[in-house]
Design a protein. Sequence first.
Length: 305
Amino acid sequence: MAALTQSMPGTLNVTLPPVSDEPLGDSTLSKNKVYFTIFAGRKRYLSILKKHLDILLENNVITEVHLWDYVRNPDDAIYIQELNKENPRYVYIKPTKGMPAWNEYYQFYTNANYAPDDIVIKCDDDVVYLDTDQMCKFLNEIKPNGLYYPNIVNNDVCAYVQTKYGVHNLVDDKDIAAGYCDSTVPITGWGNGWYKRFDKAAAVHKDFLENTQNYRVHAPTFPWKGRISINMFGARFQSIKQYFDIFIRMGANDDEAFFSVNLYKHVPEASNHIVPFVNVVHFGFGPQNVAELDKQYLEKYAAIL
C-alpha cells in the first residue's frame, strides 16, 4: 500500500506511512521506570481505567500510577485516596500551592529527580480503554525529543488518521479547518468541531466496541504537525523536564495548545508522533453530551475486562 498523502493549500499537508507487512514495535519490557500520571479523577471513569492499569502494574509494564487530586466531587477524592491505601503503587498527590489550572502538576515533574530515560505518561481520567497487550510496544516507541501519542479513539486528529487508513469514514477532508497546522485551532475547527459532536463520539464508540481489532493500524510511528488533543501522551523524562519547564516559565495556561503546537516554536527539534498500532479510548469531551454517552456506552467499556 502506497503512502497516504493529503494536501490542502493552507490547511493540511501530511504524509502517512503505508500499512506494513513487517512486524511493528518492540514488546520487550522496558528497563526504565514508567510513571503513569492522571488528572484524577471521576470514579465512574477511573474505576474502568483502573482495571487496565492493574494489569500493567502486575506485569511491571508501568512502575507507578500518580493520581492528581483535581476532583470536583468529594466522593471522587475519597475514591482515589482509597486506591492509594489499597495499593501504594497508586500514588495520591493533592495540589496545595493554589497555582492556576494544572500548573502544579507541570511544576512537580519539572522538579522531579527521575532518570533521563524514564518515561512519563500523561493521561486524562476518562480514558476507559488501554491496549494492554500493546503497551510495551507503545513505551518502546518513545524516543527523546518529542511527545508520543497512541492511536486515540474519540480524538479528532486520530479520527482523521483512522479515516485515512480505512478504519471508518467519520472525518472528511472538507471537515479540516482553514489554517490548521499554522495556528492552535483544532483540526476540525471551533464552530462545529469534533469535540462538540455527540454524533461523532457515539459513532466512533459504537464502531470501536464492535470492531476493536480494526483500530490497530499496522503502520509505523509517524510525526504530526498541528494541534492534537492531549488525552494521552508519553515522553522521556529528559524531554518532560524541559517541556514542562518551558510551559511554566512562559506562564502559559492552555496546555493543549502549548504542548501540541506552541512548544515546537521553542524546541524546533521536537515534534508530535502518533503510534498507530496501539489504541486507547478517550471517552468524552464535555460538549459532546457526556451524560448521554455515559448511558449508552460506559457499561460496555466496563465489561471489556
